[in-house]
Ligand binder design. Structure first.
Ligand code: NI
Length: 253
């Protein structure tokens, strides 16, 4: 049985050496990489990387921290690039109340616009939710009609995880699950149904143990898979198979 991993959230464009990281991912059996967009000015760059590397797929969108840079002209740009089969979703979009709460309303407005765009294009949505669980949940419930939802870098409680699972959303877990004191995410990793689980690195950030503090990269998805297998007391192969199948299903890759 052949098994492999998929890194469903990797900012490889921000790495010191993207080319090397892609090679290293292939060498470590990370078969597919999903590259999200954060900044409006990066849409073209993300698109171009997906055209250059066969195993890299792209998401297009504007990160909540950049919401003030949103303009409606971006909608047509995203639509144009999204005609490529290598663009597989809208993201990362959402709410981030951790860094700056001074423009929550703009963040919400920009999130809603991008949910509507994803619905129109019938693409899945990759959600960034930091310290904004309730508002994120409420907005998705109210505005999302037909897009699959991925809660990237899930950071909520088991209770919030249950609520998301009940909605049919996917939860993506990354390197934090390997951190010694990260109790909450370990509980989530142990309890959510396997058919809702995705793996990610969120590189260059949040490098898992034993590389904590260093620059993260897609190859390190394997440490996340190992940790989840250990927590759930199942095999690494099973985690690989199920999470890869989930990623392929939600992003149609
Ligand atoms: Ni990200």
């Amino acid at each position: 049985m052949e098994y492999y991993l998929i890194d469903t959230h990797a900012h490889i464009d921000m790495l010191t050496n993207m080319e090397e990281a892609i090679k290293n991912a292939i060498y470590n059996n990370i078969k597919k990489i999903i590259l999200p967009c954060a900044y409006p000015n990066d849409l073209k760059k993300i698109y171009e990387i997906t055209q250059k590397y066969e195993n890299v797929y792209g998401l297009l969108g504007v990160h909540p921290s950049e919401a003030k840079d949103w303009n409606d002209g971006l909608i047509n740009k995203i639509k144009e690039y999204a005609t490529s089969p290598k663009i597989v979703g809208i993201g990362e979009i959402g709410l981030d109340y951790y860094w700056d709460r001074s423009f929550n309303d703009i963040q919400k407005e920009v999130l809603i616009k991008q949910i509507k765009l994803a619905n129109e294009l019938n693409l899945p949505i990759c959600i960034h939710d930091r310290d904004a669980h309730k508002d994120t949940f409420d907005i998705l419930k109210l505005y999302n009609k037909n897009s699959e939802i991925v809660m990237h870098c899930f950071s909520g409680s088991t209770k919030f995880a249950e609520e998301c699972v009940k909605e049919g959303w996917y939860l993506a877990i990354g390197g934090v699950v390997t951190f010694k004191n990260a109790v909450k995410i370990k509980e989530v990793a142990a309890s959510i149904p396997l058919d809702r689980l995705l793996l990610e690195t969120d590189c260059p950030y949040l490098s898992p143990e034993p590389h904590r503090g260093q620059e993260n990269q897609p190859a390190y998805t394997k440490y996340v898979a190992e940790k989840i297998a250990q927590i759930r007391n199942i095999s690494y192969e099973e985690v690989a198979e199920i999470t890869s199948r989930n990623a392929e299903k939600v992003y149609k890759i």
